[in-house]
Design a protein around this ligand. Structure first.
Ligand code: ADP
Ligand code: MG
Length: 241
């Protein structure tokens, strides 16, 4: 009951699905490592926004999630902070250098923005994030991927090309266990569903999958059911515009 009151106080957070952990009030109990906490402080992120307050503990608990909140509400940190924890929890496998986490987003600009947000944290964590998007030559991106990385931020079309490039020798999804679909509504408005599904099919089914969107129209529900496993739904503000 107390938890419900706090969720309401945080701009009306609504939660659907069983077993959602309670929201966090500060970064103190967010489950991030010391290095991540230092970077949060350094970049002036004083406390979690409402979507971060509820989505971070939900995703940190290992559950699939659908996060719905308007543009500018801080959705990026809500999926990259649990991503760092997920990556740092994986055993080191030196024979594989494909990504542990893949973030899909509809446009090149968004991919670049998310990648630069990741880079605020990856340096001190000794992790590498690579941005993969179309509308520009593929060879430089291939060269970067061949050097290995833990995180790929991509647009779906170019990611498909990348998986097929050099007979599949550029990168692979064998150790990928954390997947984000960001701006999922726009991704489907732009007709990327077939590409997204193809990429999903190349990723192990025991992955953790999270989907973020400003709106959650009915048409997206069928798709969410196909790619998410017993998701928690976290919503701040209205469900669809
Ligand atoms: P969304 O994806 O929901 O549109 P973003 O993740 O792009 O939102 O964040 C919007 C802006 O808010 C960015 O400039 C980001 O740096 C800032 N921001 C995110 N989280 C916080 C926070 N906890 N405290 C202060 N600023 C934040
Ligand atoms: Mg965003």
């Amino acid at each position: 009951e107390e938890v419900e009151e706090y969720r309401t106080e945080l701009e009306g957070i609504k939660v659907r699905g069983k077993g959602c952990p309670k929201p966090i009030k500060t970064w103190a109990h967010c489950g991030c490592s010391k290095k991540v906490m230092d970077s949060l402080k350094k970049h002036g992120y004083e406390k979690p926004t409402p979507i971060q307050a509820q989505a971070i503990p939900a995703v940190m608990s290992g559950r699939d999630m659908i996060g719905i909140a308007k543009t500018g509400s801080g959705k990026t940190l809500a999926f990259i902070l649990p991503m760092f924890r997920h990556i740092l929890d994986q055993p080191e496998l030196d024979e594989d250098d494909g990504p542990i986490a893949v973030i899909m987003t509809p446009t090149r600009e968004l991919a670049m923005q998310i990648c630069s947000e990741c880079k605020k944290f990856t340096k001190s964590l000794l992790l590498k994030a690579v941005c993969v998007y179309g509308g520009t030559g593929i060879s430089e991106q291939i060269a970067e991927l061949k050097r290995g990385c833990e995180i790929i931020v991509c647009t779906p079309g170019r990611m498909i090309d990348m998986l097929a490039a050099n007979n599949g020798k550029v990168t692979n999804m064998r150790r990928c266990t954390y997947v984000v679909l960001d701006e999922a509504d726009r991704m489907f408005d732009m007709g990327f569903e077939p590409q997204v599904m193809k990429i999903m099919d190349s990723i192990r089914p025991d992955r953790q999958t999270v989907m973020f969107s400003a709106t959650f129209p009915r048409q997206m529900e069928a798709l969410a059911r196909k790619i998410l496993n017993k998701p928690i739904e976290v919503q701040v503000g209205g469900r669809s515009v």
